[in-house]
Design a protein around this ligand. Structure first.
Ligand code: C2O
Ligand code: CU
Ligand code: CU
Length: 498
């Protein structure tokens, strides 16, 4: 198969097969779903869906200024117990930052965690020095100021820590928030009343100990919880108005991939991908969303007053999504995310689906000056029984630049998954278009701008992008797997634009 990597899982299974089933069994118990189950038995569910505070920014000298403070917080998930959390400003997650295309923004990020971290602006096109990746460390007590101009298309983006080796732990404990970017040039008749018919949904999974604390198993290959949280509440309820409602879905989980749908199998329409609106609404009954990805959907509740429906994940329908050693019970089932109660409509509801949404300026393959290949692999060190996750045979080295790109070049990146598990591949700075999945064009709902793409086992995904506007030979951007435990284990590389 390939170079430098130790022993792949498949090879290892074969090897252990030779030695007999006893060894295979012991290997499986070492690597098996070591996702512990919650020992808390009475976790509070079905609370009303919390809506993160919306920050519109304070105008100062023509710039919009936002303040975020990373702090330790406390929540109650188990009656009578405190759950220690990390958060931006509040006690879990962070405020939603509302910005407009063209805004010059200043974000002051203060770290009061008691330990270093960073804050990265996932999906935003910006100078590398402002990216908030592993190189922009914020020491405890410091404030880091990020300044950039919003060039992104109207869509949903997010922010989260990105310190080497610590991203998964920091996100798991609650550090994550959304951006909503609007484009004043294209006002479409879409639901846009935040918290009423325009609803952010940050979906995560966690494990609760009986004392209320979050169980964060370390040295893990992909933490999957047995409790699903939306905006920081466990399987909450939402009162939807009887009209078209826009949900902005973020898979903010460490490792879980969802297959969203509704309990009555109703059709809904996807209108946006990670980095912009689709050309037209795409009718779906299922929406697969891997970690880091966003999707905006419209759901029609018109005339459905007093009815109820559940947003669920039809996870058992996902083929090939989990090798046995990383599956837990939820992966083999359909489970609830949120219960929706339909109430009366608001004034001036949106009652029609727009026929078209946006025009996408498609980069052509013939414009690409270079194709780069990225091979994703899982290795298994027999001696240490630990997993390695590599890209092109290497793990992340903060002192190594892996790729150097010429400013304004259009390139094709070919991501090859040689591994046994799916890996969501994310590239900083840019938005890309998927050219092919195993040689075929992507499904319609993936035909818009993206910054994260799920690459299934034995799949090759080719994407095209342009590295415009920002060059800095000294400051790299990252590309990595967005399963946070894989990223922390080194499934990440660095590129500079020069
Ligand atoms: Cu969402 Cu490099 O990150
Ligand atoms: Cu990112
Ligand atoms: Cu991965």
């Amino acid at each position: 198969m390939t170079k430098r990597h130790p022993v792949s899982r498949r090879e290892f299974i074969k090897l252990s097969g030779i030695a007999g089933s006893a060894l295979l069994l012991s290997r499986c118990s070492i690597l098996s779903d070591n996702n512990p189950l919650s020992t808390a038995t009475n976790v509070i569910r079905s609370q009303p869906l919390p809506i993160p505070e919306l920050l519109t920014g304070t105008e100062i000298d023509g710039k919009k200024v936002y303040d975020l403070t990373m702090r330790r917080g406390s929540m109650v998930f188990v009656p009578g117990k405190q759950t220690a959390t990390l958060a931006y400003n509040g006690n879990i997650l962070g405020p939603t930052l509302l910005m407009r295309k063209g805004d010059e923004v200043v974000i002051n990020v203060t770290n009061q965690l008691g330990e270093p971290t960073t804050t990265h602006w996932h999906g935003i096109h910006l100078p590398a020095a402002m990216d908030g990746g592993p190189h922009q460390r914020i020491e405890n007590g410091d404030t880091w100021q990020a300044r950039y101009t919003i060039m992104n298309e109207a869509a949903t983006y997010w922010y989260h820590p990105h310190l080497m080796g610590k991203t998964s732990e920091h996100v798991y404990h609650g550090l994550a928030g959304l951006f909503i970017i609007k484009d004043p040039q294209s006002e479409l008749a879409l639901p846009d009343r935040y918290g009423f018919d325009d609803i952010p949904l940050i979906i995560q999974d966690k494990i609760f100990n009986a004392d209320g604390s979050l169980n964060y198993p370390s040295g893990h290959e992909g933490i999957k919880g047995d409790h699903i949280l939306v905006n920081g509440a466990v399987t909450p309820t939402f009162n939807a108005p009887a009209q078209f409602v826009r949900f902005r879905l973020l898979n903010g989980s460490n490792a879980r991939i969802y297959n969203f749908g509704f309990s009555d199998d109703r059709e809904f329409h996807q209108i946006a991908t990670d980095g912009g609106l689709l050309e037209k609404p795409v009718a779906l009954t299922r929406l697969r969303l891997s970690t880091g990805e966003r999707a905006e959907i419209l759901v029609d509740f018109s005339g459905q007053e007093t009815s109820q429906v559940r947003l669920v994940s039809y996870s058992s329908e996902l083929d090939n999504i989990n090798p046995p050693w990383l599956s837990n019970a939820l992966d083999k089932s359909t489970f609830d995310i949120m219960t929706i109660h339909v109430n009366s409509a608001t004034a001036n509801p949106i009652t029609t689906l727009p026929g078209s949404l946006a025009s996408i300026d498609r980069l052509q393959e013939s414009q690409a000056v270079k194709t780069r290949s990225f091979e994703l692999e899982e290795g298994f060190s027999v001696g240490s029984f630990s997993a390695t996750f590599t890209i092109n045979g290497q793990t992340m080295d903060i002192n190594r630049i892996d790729e150097t790109i010429q400013l304004n070049d259009i390139e094709i990146w070919e991501v090859i998954n040689d591994a046994d598990m799916p890996h969501p591949f994310h590239i900083h700075d840019i938005q890309f278009l998927i050219l092919t999945r195993n040689g075929s064009p992507p499904p319609e709902n993936e035909s818009g701008w993206k910054d994260t793409v799920l690459v299934m086992p034995r799949e090759t995904v080719r994407v095209i992008t342009q590295f415009g506007e920002y060059a800095d030979p000294d400051k790299p951007y990252m590309f990595h797997c967005h399963i946070l435990e894989h990223e922390d284990a080194g499934m990440m590389g660095q590129f500079v634009v020069v």
